[in-house]
Design a protein around this ligand. Structure first.
Ligand code: HEM
Length: 533
């Protein structure tokens, strides 16, 4: 028989046995999951976890909604292909989850496993000692106000060149494609400064790497752990190529800066007075020298930190601005007019100068960004953490979770819960600005800054998890909020949009929601006297 002949060949038999063994292992291995209802499983069926995983992966929207409606007050298991079996806590336990110490539930262990960082980044130590996170939440956040002129300069330069200055006819732009380049340039202006932030090869390598990591990690997670190191040699080849391309462009600048840094230290009299660049690379060099360990000052370590920042910031910010533009282009002219009025009048009040205070006073602009993220956030399950305590942890409702369990809380269905956000599927640009005004009227003069800030774009809460929530909420969110608002303001003031009847739909990629990357809009440059700039 042909099949017997083929199967008796060692080259066919060995891999067949391995694949069958792996499938059996996956189906029959003991699970550390608690006994809970499984979202997507049908009563009495065989292999419920595997079948639910298949169903949920095909339709994550329904899976998250079912989980939220059917198991509102209790935990359930949400199996997702390529991601794992999550214990989804009820909404009321989200706050408890983010308050647990890192030794009990860890964000980093979960991220390392989800993104397979031991294989997908060239130097896994960069993630194991994430000193850049402190710089983001500390120095970058504090310096954002001082960086506004640089950001605006880069936004003007890149928008004018990529959106064009034709004030006669409407031209078509592919929103995501163009905005990710603009975000790439503006963000890297703050990371590495001019002229590198405009180097297309650097930006392309950074963006390619940001796609390589999720892709290669998803594939690696399908492979049996003992075989991953071998498989990674092939699957992460693009990651290594793009890392090397990125490093090659950055290395000469880093070497130059390290040399100058040492020269300033050695010649305090004359050199110390020279002005240093004010960007993330320079802050990282200073931090490295303060930390003392020579590893931090290595050229490739410093380049690696900038690459990781590109990974964390470019896609997230490009998605956010793409959503906001698509939302505005399919809203009403009145809304654009109201926005333009606010921007021009606040600017006039600040002597025509863009600064942190002027941006903070533009509450409608802020509300547009917050509302757009509420409707479209890529986060669908929030605050994903891995239980790290060897003894496990027990939730407020008495559920015991053993070490290794991956636990999270609902996000997409919360953003679309009519009890929290009335008419949740409608993009209401000034929803949060109106909430601020309503709160101010209720509380009168006593309304504190903190209460108003609760409705601001970068503020997180269990009801608003676009940036996560708690101690590990996105450290770059204050910078991102300023950058995105500056960008949106510049676009709204300087361009007319041809209105669209229907907003192009987002799509789901595994657990994430992604903007329609091919969506186009028609835009025309406004003349100088009309734009007010
Ligand atoms: C609109 C833009 C952005 C969105 C929507 C976003 C969203 C997020 C989310 C959801 C998390 C996980 C939080 C959690 O699990 O609780 C996160 C983490 C993180 N984000 Fe952002 N982010 C954005 C921009 C940025 C920028 C501009 C930077 C860097 C300047 C950045 C750096 C990071 C880092 C380093 C982490 C990991 C934090 C840690 O390890 O504790 N993000 N971000």
């Amino acid at each position: 028989m042909l099949t017997e002949d083929v199967l008796s060949r060692p080259a066919v038999l060995a891999p067949t046995v391995l694949v069958v063994a792996y499938l059996l292992y996956q189906l029959l291995r003991p699970s550390n999951l608690p006994k809970l209802p499984i979202v997507g499983a049908k009563p009495g069926e065989w292999f419920p976890l595997q079948r639910a995983k298949w169903r949920n992966t095909k339709d994550m929207k329904t899976a998250t909604e079912i989980a939220y409606c059917q198991y509102k007050d209790r935990a359930c298991i949400l199996p997702v292909g390529g991601a794992g079996n999550f214990v989804l806590l009820p909404f009321k336990e989200l706050q408890w989850l983010v308050e647990q110490p890192d030794a009990d539930v860890s964000m980093h262990d979960q991220t390392r496993d989800a993104l397979q960082l031991d294989y997908t980044i060239v130097d896994p130590r960069l993630d194991r000692v994430p000193v850049h996170v402190n710089l983001i939440s500390g120095l970058l956040t504090r310096e954002t106000g001082n960086l506004v002129p640089d950001l605006l300069d880069e936004i003007q330069h890149s928008v004018d060149s990529l959106w064009g200055t034709d004030a006669e006819t409407f031209n078509t732009v592919c929103v995501y494609d163009v905005m990710r380049r603009i975000i790439g340039r503006a963000t890297n202006r703050v990371f590495v400064g001019l002229p590198l932030c405009r180097d297309p090869a650097l930006l392309d390598a950074g963006m390619a790497f940001a796609q390589d990591v999720p892709l290669s990690s998803t594939l690696l997670r399908f492979i049996w752990k003992p075989f991953r190191p071998l498989a990674a040699l092939f699957l992460t080849l693009p990651n290594r190529i793009h890392t090397e391309q990125f490093y090659r462009i950055l290395r000469p600048e880093i070497r130059r800066r390290l040399k100058e840094f040492e020269a300033r230290r050695a010649d305090v009299e004359t050199k110390a007075a020279e002005k240093e660049p004010n960007d993330f690379l320079q802050w990282s060099i200073k931090q490295a020298k303060t930390l003392g360990d020579p590893y931090y000052s290595k050229v490739d370590t410093l380049a690696g930190r900038i690459l990781l920042l590109n990974f964390a910031s470019i896609h997230t910010s490009s998605f956010a601005i793409t959503h906001a533009i698509l939302d505005l282009a399919s809203s009403k002219q009145d809304c654009i007019d109201e926005l333009r009025d606010e921007i021009t009048s606040v600017l006039a009040e600040h002597g025509g100068e863009w600064n942190k205070r002027a941006l903070a006073a533009m509450t409608k602009l802020d509300s547009v960004m917050r509302e757009s993220q509420r409707v479209n956030s890529f986060v669908t399950a929030a605050t994903i953490r891995a239980v790290d305590n060897p003894k496990g942890v027990t939730t407020p409702s008495g559920l015991h979770l053993s070490k290794g369990t991956v636990v999270c809380a609902p996000s997409y269905p919360v953003f679309h819960d009519p009890n929290i956000y009335p008419e949740p599927h409608v993009f209401k640009p000034f929803r949060f600005a109106e909430r601020r005004t309503a709160a101010a009227t209720e509380d009168g003069e006593s309304l504190s800054y903190v209460q108003r800030a609760r409705q601001a774009f970068a503020t997180t809460s269990p009801e608003y998890t676009a940036f996560g929530h708690g101690r590990h909420a996105c450290p770059g969110r204050f910078f991102a909020a300023s950058e995105l608002k500056l960008m949106l303001a510049y676009l709204v003031l300087n361009y007319d949009f041809e209105f669209q009847e229907k907003r192009p739909e987002n799509f789901w990629f595994g657990m994430n929601r992604i903007p329609p990357m091919k969506a186009t809009i028609k835009i025309k440059r406004r003349t100088k006297d009309r734009s007010g700039l």
